[in-house]
Each structure stands twice: as structure tokens, then as C-alpha cells.
Design a protein around this ligand. Structure first.
Ligand code: ADP
Ligand code: MG
Length: 605
């Protein structure tokens, strides 16, 4: 941590920002100060927006609604009780936060394009609302505010410092969020929301909190901004153009980073000022901004700051030698670590009955396709249970019904004897259900270690505010990587690993949940034979350590060699179940699944 403060990435922008705080000391700088105030405002808004849209990837095009709410809160309160920014700015933040909570509960249910559209709709409805609630807002004529209480010769300097203070607070909040487990969860959501849920991230709570936090700077800044303009009206307070500009600022600078939105805020505000001075009129400004937006998206999709730092680190990386990772070494690796203590839930472990998972008559249709057609099966505690069947027979869909990704049309799912059919994905993960995917779904923008500390065994406020690398999780993550022979991968980007390595890392990730049962979806498909051997060994070791395994796999020798019980699925129905010996010789299985070719392939003599 101490080293990070010495890094140029932190002290250069921080130093520049502190220098900026001295600017009002420059004599006769009223015009420049007013330009800088706009820069600060855009930096605040872009940084606030970044908390939900940059970190969690929910792109809001209506976030200036919270600025407008702050402006009206300040204006209404000021006209009634007089102006005191010390109380009103926090009040603005509070009101914006409460509104963001309510709006978030609705709009965060949508994703992608639908989310973008609905945020614009919210902004426009607030414009309409403020125009119609005449008794509070003065309608379309708006509210006019008196001059502030300080001596005239101070000019706008107090405003400058108020915005400056809000920006510093916003950045402190953003920096804290980025280093916390809450922030790690948000980045996980941006990478892959479904996957985040499957490792125990309560995505609803996380997104809602991020949305509220992102609104706070807007609300506080809105109060000050309304007073600064000394006039608040519906089209000014709830302006779509402000939203577009602030999104542009975050995109230009680099969303998802701490300093990118600040840089972008300054660039956009200065460009806007330059365009106004040079070309006058709104239309010229909008044209220039549109051009900036198009060029950014075309040439700097990640934004200015990430592109620059990317260039720097690439140069550094090309100078240092990249560590060669020996595939066979992973396979040979034998750990003496005691995996039981790493993945056991200890005394609190529930041990109710013999079935970890029980599926009763589950049906799932997709249009006319009955993907799962009345499946009932039991996964005995401590077993390795196999599920085989041709492609399209419903294996993955059944897994999705078990984890909660897909809601079955009919039937029940019991985990440890409890009906979890209507439980959320993360609730089941907390309850001890772990799952890997047919095509791995690691968080590609994160390192292997970050991927391993992302899983959450429960949703708790204490865990969210804790640092990303604090607590016992990091040690346990390293031990589990060590157990799997993956200790050298810790700092690698997940996207840089081979498919087989990713499969092992994904299994390691799921073990962080201390699962009582793991569902493995085709763990051996598409991976190197030496890694298959390693995988088989790991599955055995996990099972000996008390983890129940349900495995879908096309590698029949592997399944028959590993499993205690095998269920055969065909056309969404269980065809037959039994021990490997029974399955191997079942004529129905040979016909439906292994096919007549199987007989030709059988050893002769
Ligand atoms: P398996 O994993 O055994 O290969 P799946 O569970 O992936 O089989 O698919 C079972 C059937 O359900 C297939 O016919 C597939 O096309 C269909 N299916 C799976 N998921 C969806 C979906 N999200 N939408 C529509 N059809 C689906
Ligand atoms: Mg499948």
C-alpha cells in the first residue's frame, strides 16, 4: 500500500489537483475561475457516474437527474429557510441518494440498451414533474435565488472551493470503493453479472448501493450549482445535454478508473468553453461534442487514461521477461496442503439427511422445446455423481435450474433438505452450491488472485466495506491455488490463461465458497490430456475432503472411472441411472447415447 502512494499514477494527478486548489490566489482570475468551476462540476459528475456506470457497467444516460434534484432541493430549501451550503449540500446529497435508491429498485432490473433508455425516460419525467409541481418548483418559470452571503469582492472563489471540496470527497469515496470488496463485486458484475451471482455476489444489493453512492456527489454539487447560477428551472436542471456531456467526459478520460473521469471532465468542459467562445451558439457546441464522442469511441474505446497507462505498462512488460508456465508441472504438482481445512465449513456445516441435492419432477421449456422434461434425481452426500447424455439432452439447463439461473416451469429443487426452488442464485451459492461452466466464465479483466477473492460466502455489510485483500480470504485463495498447482498464476490476467488452465482456476474459484456440492459442467472438454489427469486427481481429493460432486461430462471413461452413480439424460428425461458397471452394459444407453458405433469401437478379442 505504501508503495502505491509513491507510484506516479497516484502522486502526479493528486499533486496536480492540489496545485489547482491554489488557483484562486492568482489575481484577476474571475473568468478563469468560472471556467474551472465548470471543469470541477464535470469532474464531479463524471466521477459520480463512474461509480455505477464505469464500475458496474450500467450505462446511465440520465444521471444529471440527480444534479437537478440537488438543484431543486437547494433552491426550495434556500427560498424557505435561507441559504447555508454547510447544511444544504449534505441535504441535497441525502435527497438525491434517497431518490436514487427508489429509482434504482426499478431501473436496475433492466440491462444494457433497456437500461440506457429507461434512465433517459426517468430524467425526462423529472423535467415534466418539476414543471408541473408549481407550488414547490415555480413551474416552468423556475425559482430565482438571492445573492450569497459573502462579501462581493470574494466573487466566485467560495463556489470554486465548494466544488473543489466535493470533488475531493467524491474521489476519496471512489478510491475507497475501488479498493473494497464492494468495488470488486461491482467490477465482477461489469464483467459477467450471471457469473458474479453464481459465486455469491448479491447483484441487486451491490448495484443498488453503487447507484445510491453515485448520486450523492450530484446532489451535493446540484445545491451549490443552483445557487451559483442563482436560477433553477426544469429544462436547465434536468437537461439531457448535461447527461450527454458528463458521460462523454467519463468516456474520454477512461471509465472505471479513478482519475479518468476527472481528466475527461476537464477536457470536455474546456472544449465546451472553447467551442462557445469560438463558434458561439449551442448548435456549434453540440456538433463539436458529437465529433469528440465519435472520435473517442472510434480511436480510444477505453478512454485516454487507460490507453496511456496501457502504453506505459506494455513498454515495461516488453522489457521484462514473461514467466514461462509449464503445463506438465501443474499436472505433476502434488500438494501436501490439507485441502479439508481450506474448504470445510467447520462446525457450522449442515448435515441434514443423506441427499445434498434433490430434484423433484423438474420441467423447463424453451418455447416448444422441452429442454428438461420431468427430471427427478438425488445426489447423495459424499458421492461423485455423473450426468451424461448427448448434446442438447438438457444437462446444462438442468444445472441452470439447480443453481437458479433458470426458473423451472414445474418441480422443486432441494439443497441440504431445504426447498430452494425460488431462491436467488447467490442465496444458493451462500448455501453451499458451487458451479463451474461448460465454457469458462472467469472475470477476464481481473487477475487470477482477484478472481479467487471475488466469491462471497455471505452478503454482509462488514464484508462489503472491507478491503479487497484484507481478511483470511487472500491467504486461503493462495493456499487453494497452491493446492491446485496454480500458485505461479496469481498475478496473471485470467484472459491470458489457456482454456484448461482457466477451467482449473474456475474450480479453484468455486472452492472459495466452501461448497458442500460442486456442479462441474464438462470440466474435461477442450483441455490438454495432462490437465485432465490433474483434474481427475483434484476431483478425487476434493471428494475425499468431503465435497459432493455432480459432474456433466462427455469423456465416458473419465465419468465411469470417477463416479459412484451415473444418470443418463436423453431428450430432457432420465433414461436410466445406476453404477458405472450397470451403465456400461445397459443396451438402452448404448443405443441412445453411445450409439451403434460404440460397438464397433469396443475392444476385439
Ligand atoms: P446439453 O447441455 O445437454 O447439451 P442444453 O441444456 O444446453 O443441453 O440444451 C437443451 C435444449 O434446450 C437444447 O435443445 C437447446 O437448444 C435448448 N436451450 C437451452 N438453453 C436455451 C435457451 N436459453 N433458449 C432456448 N433454448 C435453449
Ligand atoms: Mg451443455
Amino acid at each position: 500500500m505504501r508503495n502505491r502512494l509513491k507510484s506516479p499514477r497516484v502522486f502526479v494527478p493528486l499533486g496536480l489537483l492540489l496545485l489547482l486548489g491554489l488557483y484562486p490566489l492568482v489575481p484577476d482570475s474571475q473568468y478563469e475561475q468560472s471556467v474551472l468551476i465548470t471543469c470541477l462540476l464535470f469532474a464531479i459528475m463524471a466521477s459520480g457516474w463512474n461509480l455505477i456506470s464505469g464500475m458496474a457497467g450500467y450505462v446511465s444516460l440520465g444521471h444529471s437527474v440527480y444534479l437537478g434534484i440537488g438543484m431543486y432541493t437547494g433552491a426550495i430549501a434556500a427560498t424557505r429557510w435561507g441559504w447555508d451550503p454547510f447544511y444544504l449540500a449534505p441535504l441535497g446529497a441525502l435527497v438525491a441518494g434517497v431518490v436514487a435508491l427508489l429509482i434504482g429498485l426499478v431501473v436496475l432490473r433492466t440491462r444494457a440498451h433497456a437500461f440506457v433508455i429507461i434512465t433517459i425516460a426517468v430524467l425526462l419525467s423529472f423535467q415534466l414533474l418539476s414543471a408541473n409541481l408549481k407550488q414547490f418548483t415555480g413551474g416552468t418559470e423556475g425559482l430565482t435565488l438571492g445573492a450569497p452571503g459573502w462579501p462581493e469582492e470574494w466573487g466566485n472563489t467560495p463556489y470554486f472551493y465548494m466544488f473543489y471540496a466535493i470533488l475531493l470527497l467524491t474521489l476519496a469515496l471512489a478510491a475507497y470503493l475501488m479498493s473494497s470488496r464492494l468495488g470488486a463485486g461491482l467490477v465482477a458484475i461489469r464483467n459477467d453479472e450471471g457469473k458474479a451471482a453464481s459465486i455469491g455476489v448479491n447483484t441487486t444489493v451491490y448495484k443498488t448501493i453503487a447507484n445510491v453512492l453515485s448520486a450523492l456527489p450530484f446532489g451535493a454539487a446540484g445545491v451549490i450549482y443552483g445557487q451559483y447560477l442563482s436560477f433553477v428551472n426544469p429544462s436547465g436542471a434536468f437537461s439531457i445535454l448535461t447527461s450527454v456531456y458528463l458521460v462523454l467526459a467519463a468516456l474520454v478520460g477512461g471509465r472505471g478508473t479513478l482519475w479518468g473521469p476527472v481528466l475527461g471532465g476537464f477536457i470536455v468542459a474546456l472544449a465546451n468553453e472553447g467551442a462557445t467562445v469560438a463558434a458561439g451558439g449551442v448548435s456549434a457546441r453540440v456538433l463539436i461534442m458529437g465529433l469528440v464522442l465519435v472520435l473517442t469511441v472510434m480511436f480510444l474505446p477505453a478512454g485516454l487514461l487507460p490507453t496511456l497507462t496501457g502504453l506505459m505498462t506494455r513498454r515495461r512488460a516488453s522489457r521484462s521477461t514473461v514467466k514461462y508456465i509449464d503445463q506438465a508441472a501443474i499436472a505433476r504438482h502434488d500438494s501436501h496442503l490439507d485441502i479439508t481445512s481450506l474448504i470445510s465449513r467447520g462446525a457450522g456445516q449442515r448435515d441434514t439427511g443423506t441427499a445434498v441435492l434433490e430434484v423433484r419432477d423438474v420441467v423447463k421449456r424453451f418455447g416448444g422445446v422441452r429442454a428438461v422434461d420431468g427430471v427427478s434425481l438425488t445426489v447423495e452426500r459424499g458421492s461423485i455423481t455423473g450426468l451424461i447424455g448427448p448434446n442438447g439432452s438438457g444437462k446444462t439447463t438442468l444445472f441452470n435450474c439447480l443453481t437458479g439461473t433458470v426458473r423451472p416451469d414445474k418441480g422443486t429443487v432441494l439443497l441440504d433438505g431445504e426447498d430452494v426452488t425460488s431462491d436467488k442464485v447467490w442465496t444458493r451459492a451462500h448455501g453451499g452450491l458451487g458451479r463451474t461452466f461448460q465454457v469458462t466464465r472467469l472475470f477476464r479483466s481481473m487477475t487470477v488472485l482477484d478472481n479467487l477473492v471475488a466469491p462471497l460466502e455471505r452478503t454482509s455489510a462488514r464484508q462489503m466495506v472491507a478491503g479487497r485483500y484484507s481478511g483470511e480470504e487472500v491467504d486461503r485463495a493462495r493456499d487453494i491455488l497452491g493446492f491446485m498447482g496454480l500458485q505461479d498464476f496469481e498475478k496473471q490476467n485470467a484472459a491470458a490463461l489457456s482454456f484448461g488452465q482457466q477451467k482449473l482456476v474456475e474450480l479453484a474459484q468455486v472452492l472459495m465458497l466452501r461448497p458442500s456440492v460442486v456442479l462441474l459442467d464438462e470440466p474435461a472438454s477442450g483441455i490438454n490430456p495432462t490437465l485432465i489427469e490433474k483434474l481427475t486427481k483434484v476431483i478425487r481429493q476434493l471428494n475425499e475432503a468431503g465435497t459432493t460432486v455432480l459432474i456433466v461430462e462427455h469423456n465416458i471413461p473419465l465419468v465411469l472411472g470417477l463416479c459412484d452413480t451415473v444418470h443418463v439424460l436423453a431428450g430432457g428425461k432420465i433414461l436410466t441411472s445406476g453404477t458405472p458397471d450397470v451403465i456400461r452394459n445397459d443396451p438402452l444407453v448404448i443405443e441412445a447415447y453411445l450409439g451403434p458405433d460404440h460397438l464397433l469401437e469396443a475392444p476385439r478379442g
